[in-house]
Design a protein around this ligand. Structure first.
Ligand SMILES: [Zn+2]
Length: 351
């Protein structure tokens, strides 16, 4: 079968790899119908050392079940399923607490013999605990929005929960990438009265406004902090969704929270230390967040996607075939595209 392999920074290729096949009785084989390129895939795209064997890529996908192991109970061949960006058993102490990202028997795609999602098929470990059967066909018009539940929409929701967004509150979203845009959707969905988006790309800001952003701050650093203060009577905001992970964005996020406020961090931190430790201490600011337990959120968010209440799939502004994926990485890396949707042809799915 064919799949996306990264061999080093800037070097993504579509390669022929061994076919996905059942190894454990808890596995399922999923023929991928749609997959995404994630902003987090751009970190290795920018920094990865050359590797002769390469690294399989992709952790956002929807597909059709092609085979199930003897112990799999919750799906059958032909079902359309969505995969959260990590696999999990659904039964351990952390899964039972809704924190599937810390599953004792979980893991990630693209390593340790598990396929990546940007390919024709994936062996999904712990299928019952991981995959969610969708009540739609594999070519349903809702596919883009459904696909965001595997990662970016779940992550935006996680940021909003960690930032304690609620009715009547003011929220700020730091970052206008796909996760930040989904954070705007999540903040509105949870009842935020006012949503300030911090970002500077006109196309993304326009989409943020359609998703519910009420104010835009395009400045950066100290000027951005100053501007948010001006918009909030000098107080700062109740809830901050940090959706970037860089030192400056984290500093901005922590500096615009009002006393007693909360910051939900979902951008992968690029620094060891958390900045602004003294001011946030004296202001009793809650600092929370981490990787989103997408598996726990899919069922909560799914009805809103199915009935059109939220349309997170609009963050995909480019559709490509599998053999165009290397150009998809380039387009996202050069900020030509917000997020790329990979559409696998039915013929490819039958292989
Ligand atoms: Zn678990």
């Amino acid at each position: 079968m064919r799949a996306t392999v990264m061999f080093g920074a800037g070097d993504v290729r579509i390669e022929t790899v061994p076919d996905a096949r059942l190894l454990q009785p808890t596995d399922a084989i999923v023929a991928v119908a749609r997959a995404g390129i994630c902003g987090s895939d751009l970190w290795p795209y920018q920094t990865m050392e050359h590797s002769g064997t390469g690294r399989r890529m992709g952790h956002e996908f929807i597909g059709v079940v092609k085979a199930v192991g003897a112990d799999v109970r919750t799906m059958k061949v032909g079902d359309v399923v969505i995969a959260p960006f990590l696999y999990s058993d659904g039964t351990c102490v952390f899964c039972q607490e809704g924190l599937h990202t810390s599953c004792l028997h979980g893991g990630r795609y693209g390593s340790d013999g598990v396929d990546g999602g940007q390919g024709e098929a994936v062996r999904v470990p712990q299928a019952d605990g991981t995959l969610v059967v969708l009540p739609v066909g594999a070519d349903d018009a809702l596919m883009p929005s459904l696909l965001t539940l595997s990662d970016v929409m779940a992550t935006g929701h996680h940021a909003a929960l960690a930032a304690r967004v609620g009715p009547g509150k003011t929220a700020a979203v730091v970052g206008d990438g796909a996760v930040g845009l989904c954070g705007v959707i999540a903040a509105r969905r949870l009842g935020a009265e006012r949503i300030i988006i911090l970002g500077r790309h006109p196309d993304r800001i326009a989409l943020a406004k359609e998703f519910g952003a009420t104010d835009v701050v395009s400045e950066r650093g100290d000027e951005a902090i100053q501007r948010v203060r001006e918009l909030t009577d000098g107080l700062g905001v109740h809830s901050v969704l940090e959706c970037v992970g860089l030192e400056q964005s984290t500093r901005t996020a922590l500096s615009i929270a009002r006393p007693g406020g909360a910051v939900g961090r979902v951008g992968l931190p690029q620094e060891e230390a958390i900045p602004e430790s003294l001011p946030t201490f004296f202001d009793n600011v809650t600092i929370a967040g981490g990787p989103a337990p997408a598996r726990a959120y899919i069922k909560e968010l799914l009805p809103d996607v199915l009935d059109g209440t939220i349309e997170p799939g609009r963050v995909f502004d480019r559709v490509m075939r599998l053999d165009e994926v290397p150009d998809g990485y380039r387009a996202m890396n050069e900020r030509e595209a917000i997020k790329v949707l990979i559409e696998l042809k039915t013929k490819e799915r039958r292989r």
